[in-house]
Design a protein around this ligand. Structure first.
Ligand SMILES: Nc1ncnc2c1ncn2[C@@H]1O[C@H](COP(=O)(O)OP(=O)(O)OP(=O)(O)O)[C@@H](O)[C@H]1O
Ligand SMILES: [Mg+2]
Length: 357
């Protein structure tokens, strides 16, 4: 097939990996004082590196003719000109709450098939609060929550501490730092205001799920669906000064290629009953959110040991080097798929959905 790979590339120099005291860590988005230069820059945390994009290109090129179309404002004209058979979409988007949905919306307009979920699902899953509202309607467990842009929105606060606070519409642990775990109301008020200033969006505040954490990768559609082996996030391997969350510090700073943490176990070591419960919850979530072709679903157990949905990643992270800890490729390897097979399977289920093959 003629495949166009569409992507956003992360500017290499912009990624900070310095270790700082947790109370100093903020994202400097929209700020440019010399003070904030010292803090962690997580602005581009969601975007892929050139290494990842090139690895995806090379995997797809094993069986297809591949052209590259950067997901910028010239993309529409390029799709129109080249008219690929299908687009492999890993673009996270640049601006706005619908940023992940923009390329798929363009492609829908041009009637060009693409891998992954449609604009409705992508925009919904990027908004973690809206996603949780839908899950609640469908009686899928998710931590009790509220959203807040400033202190006034905390007037009717009735959640149990500890809570976790995060920007409502980000991924790759953007805005989720060690100090996002909050035990006191005064800290919460400060964090809400800080987050609004930094990320220019409301915060999602959730009751803290204290149990084990898992993530489930899914590839396929309808009856033809593969739930890959469950990955456990071993939060107890984090250094003692970090709280048990898979935070920005945990993902991008403490866990380095030259000194990797043993942060994942795949397949997770759990009994059959829990395995089934987790897989059923993930699959139901995939279906309720109308995910297409692939997604990764983050789950954590509550104090009663019941799986709760944290969030859904319809554009999952896919670092190519097995030395980098990346859940989706890890689960795929445990399933018997190398990186090339994993990506070509996603392409295959997508092409099948569009009846191209
Ligand atoms: N309600 C919660 N209770 C306990 N821990 C939580 C909760 N919400 C988030 N976490 C912790 O914070 C981490 C990051 O949260 P979340 O998955 O929402 O962020 P993300 O940036 O979208 O992640 P990703 O990198 O998967 O895109 C989770 O993996 C989990 O460890
Ligand atoms: Mg997550």
């Amino acid at each position: 097939m003629n495949v166009a790979l569409t992507y956003n590339v992360r500017p290499e120099a912009e990624v900070s990996t310095e270790i700082l005291p947790s109370n100093e860590i903020v994202s400097p988005k929209l700020k440019s004082t010399s003070k904030t230069q010292e803090k962690i820059n997580d602005v581009y945390a969601e975007w892929d590196t050139f290494e990842t994009i090139d690895a995806v290109r090379s995997a797809l090129a094993a069986y297809n003719d591949v052209i590259m179309i950067e997901a910028d404002e010239n993309a529409f004209e390029k799709f129109k000109e080249y008219r690929p058979d299908i687009v492999f979409n890993i673009a996270e988007g640049i601006f706005g709450a619908s940023r992940e949905a923009q390329i798929p919306a363009m492609l829908d307009m041009l009637n060009i098939p693409y891998t992954g979920s449609d604009p409705l699902t992508l925009a919904t899953c990027l908004d973690k609060a809206r996603t949780k509202e839908i899950l609640t309607y469908h009686k899928i467990r998710t931590a009790k929550f509220l959203t807040a842009s400033d202190k006034n929105d905390l007037k009717n606060f009735d959640l149990k501490f500890p809570v976790i606070i995060k920007p409502v519409a980000e991924g790759s642990s953007k805005g989720i730092f060690n100090n996002s775990f909050i035990e006191y109301f005064a800290d919460l008020e400060k964090a809400v205001e800080n987050n609004y200033e930094t990320y220019n969006q409301p915060s999602l505040i959730e009751e803290f799920l204290s149990g084990r954490e898992f993530t489930v990768a899914i590839v396929g559609n309808d009856e033809d669906i593969n739930v890959l082996p469950i990955v456990e996030i071993n939060l107890d391997t984090l250094p003692g000064n970090l709280v048990p969350i898979y935070s920005y510090e945990a993902k991008w700073i403490v866990d380095r290629r030259e000194n990797p943490l043993n942060i994942f176990t795949c397949p997770a070591i759990i009994d059959k009953e829990l395995e089934n419960k987790i897989k059923e919850t993930a699959l139901k979530t995939f279906k309720v959110l109308k995910c297409k072709d692939w997604s990764r679903i983050d789950i954590r157990l509550d104090a009663m040991g019941e799986p709760n949905i944290i969030e859904i990643n319809p554009l999952p992270g896919i670092l190519p080097d097995p030395k980098d800890n990346s859940c989706f490729p890890k689960a795929a390897r445990a399933y018997g798929w190398d990186y090339t097979q994993m990506l070509n399977n996603v392409l295959y289920v997508s092409a099948k959905r569009y009846k191209l093959i």
